[in-house]
Each structure stands twice: as structure tokens, then as C-alpha cells.
Design a protein. Structure first.
Length: 221
């Protein structure tokens, strides 16, 4: 049986990698998917909450990626980091979360560049950046204004993200946004931050409308 792994602990992650290699002979695919989201302005969040998001979302990605590279350098493989659209642009109400996801993308792309400069071409690193996904991470956020942007685009089903991950595993790409049109929006807002900031109130208002609509349809507890 497998015990839960604390991705913040490099030694635990390395032991999980070693067990996979011992049981299967090699490591071909490694997916970093652990994530923590707590909403609200950074100045209202306790220090331990901010640290938790940064350590799980960013340090966890670092630990998993480094561990996987250790097993893949000579045999090849594919590391896939599930990030978020929050890694591509500003996300009010999720500032620390967005910071952790920006860190994950920056680390992933920089490490991919390091692999290529070192002549290692048989190891790929890909980031998948989904819009909001209807999972327990968002189930309790319907009455949370700080998470409105997660509801402002296409609320994804888990199987849609799984399908996107499958495509990237078949054809590695450094960064893939899901859906693609939301990625274009995020990159445009990031390239023109003043314009992006002016558009945020409209996106938040759209997200709040979706939250209220979904909350009205939810059966009473």
C-alpha cells in the first residue's frame, strides 16, 4: 500500500520516486498535481497559510520535478506540472496562490532550458494551466467573492483536464492553457498589465454572476 506523500518534504518525494523505479524498472511519466488554494487578500491571511500555499504549490513542484529528473536523465521521460491560469496573469483574491503558480511555471521553463543546455533532450517538462476546475477545491467557494475569477471563464470538469493532459503527454509542449481562449486572455492581460487590471472588475462581476447562479441551483443542505 502507498502512504500519502508530503510534497514539501524532499526526502518523502525521493522515496516515492525510488519505490516507483524499484517496482516498475523505470520512471516514464511524473505528474505534479498537489495544490492548495486559500482565497483573500494576502494581508488578511495568516503567515502559516501563505507559507502553506507557497510550499505545496511551488516547492512541491520543485521537489517532484527534481526527483523525477534524477530518475529520467539517462532513460528519458516526461514531467507534467499541473499549474493554473493563475500562473499566467494577475488574479485578485488569490494573490499568494497566483505567486506560487507563477513560481511553478518559471521554475519549470527554466529547468527545461537547463536540461537542453546540458544536452539532455530525452526529458520533457510541460505545464498544463487549466481554468477553474469543479473539484472540492471550489465546491465551497460559491459564496466567496475572492474566488470569483475562478468562475469567470469556463468551469472545467476533471475529465476535460485529464484529456488535455493526455494530449500533452502525447505531444509535449512547454505551456498549455485549458481552454486555449482563456490562455490568450491571460497572456494578453499579462502582456498589457494596465489594460488587464482595468478589465478585472468585469471579469469579477461575471464570476460573481456564475457563483450566484450555481448557488441558487444547489439543493439545500
Amino acid at each position: 500500500s502507498w502512504a500519502a506523500v508530503d510534497v514539501r518534504d524532499e526526502a518523502q518525494v525521493a522515496r516515492a520516486r525510488d519505490r516507483v523505479v524499484a517496482e516498475t524498472g523505470r520512471l516514464e511519466v511524473w505528474i505534479n498535481n498537489a495544490g492548495v488554494l486559500v482565497t483573500g487578500p494576502a494581508w488578511e491571511q495568516p503567515p502559516d497559510v501563505r507559507r502553506l500555499m507557497l510550499e505545496v504549490n511551488a516547492l512541491g513542484t520543485v521537489n517532484g520535478t527534481v526527483a523525477a529528473i534524477g530518475a529520467m536523465r539517462h532513460t528519458g521521460g516526461h514531467i507534467l506540472n499541473v499549474v493554473s491560469l493563475a500562473g499566467l496573469t494577475a488574479v485578485p483574491g488569490e494573490a499568494v496562490y497566483a505567486a506560487s503558480k507563477h513560481a511553478a511555471i518559471g521554475f519549470s521553463l527554466s529547468t527545461l532550458a537547463d536540461l537542453r543546455l546540458a544536452g539532455i533532450r530525452n526529458v520533457d517538462i510541460s505545464c498544463v494551466c487549466p481554468d477553474g476546475i469543479w473539484t472540492p477545491m471550489l465546491h465551497d467557494k460559491l459564496d466567496d467573492p475572492a474566488s470569483a475569477l475562478s468562475f469567470s471563464g469556463k468551469l472545467l470538469r476533471p475529465e476535460e483536464v485529464v484529456a488535455a493532459v493526455g494530449k500533452v503527454l502525447d505531444r509535449p509542449r512547454p505551456v498549455t492553457a485549458v481552454p486555449g481562449w482563456r490562455g490568450v486572455q491571460a497572456r494578453l492581460a499579462d502582456a498589457l498589465p494596465s489594460l488587464g487590471l482595468r478589465g478585472i472588475p468585469l471579469a469579477v462581476a461575471q464570476g460573481r454572476r456564475v457563483q450566484r447562479r450555481m448557488l441558487a441551483k444547489r439543493p439545500p443542505a
